[in-house]
Design a protein around this ligand. Sequence first.
Ligand SMILES: Cc1cc2nc3c(=O)[nH]c(=O)nc-3n(C[C@H](O)[C@H](O)[C@H](O)COP(=O)(O)O)c2cc1C
Length: 733
Amino acid sequence: MTLSIWRYSHLALAVCSFLFLIIASLTGIVLAFQPINNEFQLSSNTNLNEIPVAKTIDALQQNYLEILEVKITPSHLVTASVITDEGDLEEFYIDPITTEKICDIIPETATYKFAKTLHRSLFLHTTGRIFMMLTSFILVIITISGFVLIIKRQQGIRHFFDRIINDHFFQYSHVYLGRVLLIPILIISISGVLLSVYQLNIVTHTVLEHSIDEDNLSEEPTLLVEEFPGIHDVYLSDIKSIEFPFSPDVTDFYKFYLEDRELVINQYTGEVESSIRYPFSEIAYQWGYILHTGESSYWWATILLLAAIAILFFVVSGFKITFKRREAKLKNKYKRVEATHVILVGSEGGTTLKFAVWLQEQLTNNQKKVYIDHLNNYTHYPKLQQLLILTASYGVGEAPSNASKFISKFSNVSNTNFQFTVLGFGSLAYKDYCKFAYEVQAVLKKSPNCTPVLPLHTVNNQSAESFNQWVLQYAEVSGVALGNYKRNEDAFKHSREKEFVVQVKTELETSSNAFMLFLKPTDKSKFKSGDLVGISPAQEEHQRLYSVGVLPNQELVLSIKLHEYGKCSNFLNNLSAGETIKASRIKNKSFYFPKRANHVVLIATGTGIAPFLGMVKQNTSKIATHLFWGAKNSISYNLYADIVSEALQNKQLEDFIPAYSREFTEKQYVQDKLKEKSEWLAGVLDSGGVIMICGSVLMQKDVLELLQSICLEYNGKPLSYYQKKKQLLMDCY
Ligand SMILES: Cc1cc2nc3c(=O)[nH]c(=O)nc-3n(C[C@H](O)[C@H](O)[C@H](O)COP(=O)(O)O)c2cc1C
């Protein structure tokens, strides 16, 4: 709930102000160039904090007839207003030591002037200034709410700079840049408000009143400026400007405007006749000016420039994220009161909605009267037969904002007997994997008039494969013909299809119903073990993905389970050596064998062993590698025996630990074998070792639960700690 308040305020404020933010950023980019440009054109190596101000005044008085004023610009350049020997009043940049003219003051370009007025007041005078002040203020709140959202997303301030988990480009970069530029943007916006407050005269500049006893002013002893006691430790870097005495009258003074105070100096004796510190408001204004304009430093101006560009990017990416959330619209053909099948969705980022909308379409095609809605809108459905819930988890295993009221509503609304099924969408990168879906399942299960049609099914990282597994099970129990959900093609980068020659197609191993296929690319293959290969059994058919191992001779090893009605597995099973097929590579960078690790533990069931066969064969640096493999019986092992035993002999594999579920009277699963080695596994993770899991999601779920308890018991850390450090790699389907 709190998450959505922050999110809505972040979004609502951005929507209200985005036009002004775009104007402010674009003009800010132009304005930031001025200090950078000046600095490049006139930069000198002179260090103003090494030049006593008296020395410069002395030199000026020798070189010019009369001096009116000297200014130090925020970018540390020195200008002088002087009367020249020709009697002309001129203002120019001077060398701070010789006081010779360097060049005329560079006039502001028309573009700069235009940008400045637009930036400050939109050419609308006071009204425009008020708008720009409000824009700056809104930007402060947007930045703060963004900061809170990042903390919530990263699950705590301690994890603020941790890896950003599983997201599309715009979401990822929005968070990434937000973290990097948070402080500069906060500074820009706060200082913008401050400057506007002064421009609008809400706060006025303080005029310091010096009270000097003019009757007691002395002209004795007359000293050279160099000997003035009042300024002997004042350097050019301390000064903003100096006004020179207008006449030789003792009541005309040198007026020094320093960073923190004003000094009035007797032009004869050099005594300080008055010194007044600026009030805090004036110092704050000065800082606000320097920080907002970047005029004091080339580096800061560059950061401001980047921040202004980033604000433009935030506007674009923010809208992209919002539109993505709203991409899948919930539209209904049937009314709530006539629906027999109700799909309720819990989604924050919008991806779960896509799965739900697809399911609605499939059920409608099967002549079901379907009604789809957000979980929060749960209500009475008079004809309800089946309730299908698809929900993501957020925060720390909490409900997405459109599902936060579901559990309380469920206990207050009554529906007559109905069946239900819950599908949890989540990410194993979070320690509370699909927790909200489990909560929903538990609540429904407790209710006497609800009957589950299937056990809870979870989908990691929006895996289409995993969702399709549920689709198959659901189709079977409910007797409806559902299609195959196609993954979002953007999520995976397919390369072009290429030709592969079948080297070997093994016989079908009947106890596991699996076979192996060895493919050789016709050109230079760039596959790596762990990549996926996409094969379509016929044109127009969508690709099926298989995890591949790559042998040292660049042959691809695939291990395939034959499904009775599986088009692709039958197509592949009917191949023979010498035939050519087309396939494409899908890079799977997050599932490559580590280049460096003291131990690697490989865990697979059934055909999930394929990528590991390639990995061990290419383990030339002989990293201590341990393979746990689960299957029905030892006969299933025959398919892989040659490769595994050769790797064991060559020390590319340290040990092979099989677990057979139907070999002995006592069933053994891969997690049982892992449990026997709990302490050792904890040590492997603690010392930087890597665990890789490939195979079924059901095995994956059990293994992860076990690893989680091992990590907590022995290392006092959750499994997600190691996952974030890339010590847990998974490819399960
Ligand atoms: C900030 C944030 C927090 C998340 N927290 C969890 C969590 O606690 N448990 C979980 O299983 N998944 C978590 N996820 C992953 C999402 O549930 C998962 O990506 C889901 O598919 C998103 O679906 P949606 O786009 O429909 O919201 C989180 C994702 C984000 C961005």
